[in-house]
Design a protein around this ligand. Structure first.
Ligand SMILES: [Zn+2]
Length: 702
């Protein structure tokens, strides 16, 4: 029975979001001054300088360039006067040795596995650039016929079987998009394929989208998307689940890991075209046709034979996270963390450095104010994470190494991976942080349009695209899935996390040797206005999280979110013909919302009254708000993947990128287990009831 599922609760209009309700009245002017001082330190020129510094050479995790990158970050933090730490770890990482791809019959032809340099962009000729490779591919050599599997999703392989196409013993060709590439490899292997070629189709990222690099920004025929294909049920280093990968940590036997066994090779569509235009089998379903100029086919037939050879090495590799900490004055053990990874497949001007440069510019803003004698109450940690591209390793090791500390004292984490890809702002993450994000975006001018605020542009775009829930409703902050460095913070230790940034660039150089400063400046822009806009948003988020009297976390936002999420769960259950009754969670949500709203109002009032009330409010912040997100953690973890502890949100189970809200119930629905889904719904309702009771009690004491 679906009760009251329609429509989220109305939210207050934007104007009331810009206040400083979590600050005592006599501190509000000072905070406004602090914030505007921070944002006048931040500059486009500062961002450009960090971008030049950090995207100056290729720096794959574990390489000599990586070691130099670690030193560059550490010296920059030291020069700012931050407490600087190089946090070494020893992780099981893949390294490329060689790759060969050729058509052997009907006519022998060697195909390209590395981008040729582009004359207009000398960086693309850098000697340290590598062949195209998928980290953690199996090593080996196969010669066989081919099968085309569209995006290589679970559904695509099911469709292949339905169409009577047997991938056993074949080399599968699949295009990028639709899921995390690791699942393409997993499903290909499960279907019995002996090899996998992943290519970029012009329909998805090439000429069908616009002009190609260097004229425009879209992928050329030779452009190759590298990327890890690791799929194991825990995040971070493959050999040390749940604990830090120190030099002498106890390790699993690599033989026990379920890493890919078949050779997997990424290519551009030039190489894919050479193979696919010679295929002879039946035509593909309409949606499987990409944009190469011939009808796609399911099978290559007996005459077309392809040879693929991939050689990689997996070994324990030393690399590091680098952090710069600005110690807080009165609550130095409470940690507000902002970070982005520093490793890249190549130069990484876009991924990750257009995000890493924000971390550095925010660090420079806060250090400059510290130099003038103004420090935050809580500590702010600026992080550059290592080996993210090898399967989100460094940040997870950092979190695992500080598990107890983060459980007790982690305030929030802001992730800025490749976060400035255009002027259009967006944020995803914990619902409890959504109000704060909306609030600070009302205070920052929109890039290249100073008459408008970020909030106004974001809202009107959300309305236009239907992303807002109701007319006049503020933009949604959707839950986060996998795919970047927030996962350790959000899902292992329950630190409320946010991914903030902007998009809208016309093109992609994603994980290719063309991801250079020249590409970025031509395609995203040379003005660094979007970067400056994002830095200002980040500075304000950090300034409020690190200086407020009570933490600007708003658990009442879970109510609107949960209404929406339970409706979606029911929708999904219906689609799979699974009987699910959400009413327990729906009524718990109805009961929770007014309780949480009363609590937040009482807290604001107490802050506004000052004196003893303010002291009580500050204690409630330390004793309850600081750890409230942790109430969604289950120490047992999710069924089948115990590393993931958060029962409100998790990455999905079969694409790896998207969010799976209410993951225990969702997983049960997916496998058709109505009883387990029902049990998970009751457990969530009970948990929400407990949180409500805690808020009620704390509110009464204010
Ligand atoms: Zn990245």
């Amino acid at each position: 029975m679906a009760v009251g599922l329609a429509g989220a609760a109305p939210e207050p209009p934007a104007a009331t979001h810009s206040g400083l309700n979590e600050f005592a009245p006599d501190r509000r002017d000072g905070q406004r001054e602090y914030e505007s001082a921070l944002n006048s330190v931040a500059s486009a020129a500062g961002l450009r300088e960090f971008h030049d510094l950090l995207a100056s050479e290729p720096h794959i995790a574990g390489s000599a360039g990586d070691m130099r990158q670690i030193e560059r970050l550490a010296s920059a933090f030291r020069a700012m006067g931050l407490e600087t730490e190089i946090d070494w770890f020893w992780a099981y990482l893949p390294h490329p040795i060689s790759a060969e791809l050729e058509i052997v019959a009907p006519e022998r032809k060697t195909l390209s596995v590395q981008e040729p340099p582009i004359e207009a962009d000398p960086a693309t000729a850098h000697p340290d650039l590598t062949i195209g490779w998928n980290g953690h591919s199996g090593s080996g050599e196969v010669t066989s016929g081919v099968v085309y599997a569209n995006y290589g999703t679970k559904d695509d392989f099911a469709e292949l079987r339905r169409l009577g196409v047997d991938a056993r013993g074949k080399i599968v060709l699949a295009r990028y998009g639709g899921n995390y590439r690791g699942y393409k490899a997993k499903f290909a292997e499960e279907a019995g394929a002996v090899g996998l070629i992943i290519y970029t189709d012009p329909a998805d990222s090439g000429y069908m989208r616009g002009l190609m690099y260097p004229e425009g920004g879209w992928a050329t025929a030779e452009q190759i998307q590298r990327g890890s294909i690791k799929v194991i049920p825990w995040a971070g280093d493959a050999l040390t689940p749940g604990v830090k990968a120190t030099e002498h940590a106890e390790r699993l036997d690599p033989e026990m890991l379920d890493l890919p066994r078949i050779p997997v090779q990424p290519v551009g569509w030039g190489a894919a075209q050479a193979i696919m235009e010679q295929m002879k089998g039946a035509g593909v379903p309409e949606k499987w046709q990409g944009a190469m100029p011939f009808p796609y086919r399911l099978e290559g037939g007996p005459d077309l034979r392809v040879r693929l050879k991939v050689e990689q090495e997996r070994r324990i590799t030393r690399t590091a996270n680098v952090t710069g900490t600005l110690r807080g004055t009165t609550k130095p053990d409470q940690l507000v963390i902002v970070g982005a990874h520093h490793d890249a497949w190549c130069h990484g001007a876009a991924d990750p450095t257009c995000g890493t440069m924000l971390v550095m510019e925010a660090a420079r803003s806060f250090s400059e104010l510290a130099r003038r004698g103004e420090r935050p109450e809580r500590s702010v940690v600026f992080g550059g994470w290592g080996a993210e591209e090898m399967g989100i390793v460094g940040s997870v090791e950092w979190v695992e190494g500080r598990r107890e500390e983060l459980l007790r004292k982690g305030v929030a984490y802001i992730n800025l991976d490749a976060s400035t890809m255009g002027p259009l702002f967006n944020a995803s993450g914990a619902a409890s942080l959504a109000g704060l994000v909306r609030e600070v975006t009302t205070l920052v001018p929109q890039a290249r349009d100073p008459e408008t605020t970020v909030f106004e542009e974001w809202s009107s775009r959300s309305r236009a695209t239907g992303a807002a829930t109701a007319p006049g409703a503020p933009p949604r902050v959707q839950g986060m899935g996998g795919g970047s460095d927030h996962i350790g913070f959000a899902f292992f230790v329950g630190v409320p996390s946010l991914s903030a940034g902007s998009g809208g660039a016309r093109g992609t150089a994603y994980h290719s040797n063309y991801d250079t400063l020249r590409w970025y400046r031509q395609v995203v822009g040379d003005d660094y206005e979007p970067g400056l806009m994002n830095t200002r948003v980040v500075n304000l988020l950090l300034a409020r999280l690190s200086r407020a009297d009570v933490l600007p976390l708003r658990p009442s936002a879970w109510a609107g979110d949960l209404r929406d999420l339970s409706a979606k769960l029911v929708e999904r259950a219906k689609a799979l013909s699974v009987q699910v009754d959400p009413s327990a969670l729906v009524s718990a949500t109805e009961a929770f919302e007014p309780v949480a709203q009363r609590f937040e109002a009482a807290l604001r009032d107490a802050v506004a009254r000052g004196g003893d009330s303010l002291e009580r409010a500050r204690r409630v912040s330390d004793d309850l708000l600081l750890t409230i997100e942790r109430r969604w953690l289950d120490p047992q973890g999710l069924p089948g993947r115990p590393w993931f502890k958060h029962v409100y949100m998790a990455p999905d189970d079969d694409s790896g990128y998207s969010a799976w809200p209410l993951p225990v119930a969702r997983a049960a629905v997916e496998r058709g287990d109505a009883a387990a889904a029902q049990e998970a719904i009751s457990a969530l309702a009970a948990r929400l009831g407990d949180i409500g009771a805690a808020l009620e009690q704390a509110g009464a004491g204010l």
